[in-house]
Design a protein around this ligand. Sequence first.
Ligand code: HEM
Length: 413
Amino acid sequence: MPCPALPEGFDFTDPDVYQQRVPLPELAELRRTAPVWWNPQPHNTAGFQDDGYWVVTRHADVKAVSTNPEVFSSYTNTAIIRFNDRISRDQIDVQRFIMLNMDPPEHTRLRQIVQRGFTPRAIRALEQALRARAQRIVDGAAAAGRGNFVTDVACELPLQAIAELIGVPQEDRLKLFDWSNKMAAYDDPELAITEEIGAESAMELISYAMNMAAARKECPAADIVSKLVAASDEGNLTSDEFGFFVLVLTVAGNETTRNAITHGMHAFLTHPEQWELFKAERPATTSDEIVRWATPIVSFQRTATRDTELGGAHIKAGDRVGMFYSSANNDPEVFTTPEVFDITRDPNPHLGYGGGGPHYCLGANLAKMEIDLMFNAIADTVPDIHLLGDPRRLRSAWINGVKELQVGYGTGA
Ligand code: HEM
């Protein structure tokens, strides 16, 4: 069904669109007129042997897809709706080794094991180290007087959190950060990250993590690696599985949290009354509103395993279905005045961490803690932080990303 308000050929995964903006008005139009809409694409776009995908825009429908893995598979075509336009089918298939792209029962087994590393207790144990990190990051940025908030502030804590969680020694951290940054799944020519560099960095990261796992099997320490790989029976990870697990943590935990922090800062600086409120009261509801507002992952996809109905549309077996979290998080059926940035919003049933179900973000509690620590450190140390320019956006088909946000601290002009 053509959507009357959309220009001919409009694609909700066009990276050129996201370099300018998230197409929220167009998504709103779909929510109203065609909530599950077929977006045609030239055959073989981004390595998929089909002619398009469904755009799911309503909060209730995104939840329905997320919570029904039997009908909506993460494995068939992976969860990434458009990695980039040069990717081959073989390169897509390789990505099915990571848990993000698995279905039950393989996914269930892995998830049960790795969950042990993400209990509230395990996350709380990182708090002190990450609080000190957040403070050091903000002190360093403030000392320069001004700079790019993305690289000076938002990038480092998510990387340190993963390194801390899996117990990477300090002397190896720069190496880990370098591989992680080069593995980015975006399509931005300015960043000059080629497929070769990305693939090579992913291999180096996996092999580093596999060696770490093998060493801990030999000689266990008091860290999560040892806990996850302790013995080689069914209830533990093999060294290979641990390697892929570290890869998924890096893919899922980095760019997402970095962009939540960056969009959150921009939202505060463009809504000064909310920044004043945060500084004075530090509402516990803040980080959820930041994630709703930012929605760092615009969409993930599933593939129908059989014919089914969704939101009035007839989905055929094999069709790809895009869950547009950015749209769900602005659905007026669920959020009063969704266009308002309100850090006291409560309840806030946003789908920024996914729509529930087996793949719901494993790191949601960790991300929440990182966001809280970062904004508390900023509010305590540089309450007068101010904008020096408009954000420069990342070219990506599915990440709501910012690569530059110039800010000043104190008298930094
Ligand atoms: C604001 C920050 C974050 C956002 C917006 C976010 C978003 C998401 C979303 C939408 C999913 C669902 C995937 C799906 O349904 O297919 C997901 C899964 C996942 N996230 Fe996060 N995430 C964030 C932070 C993190 C962090 C800090 C970590 C860990 C260090 C992490 C680890 C994961 C993992 C491992 C999965 C896959 C879970 C599975 O397949 O069972 N995330 N995340």
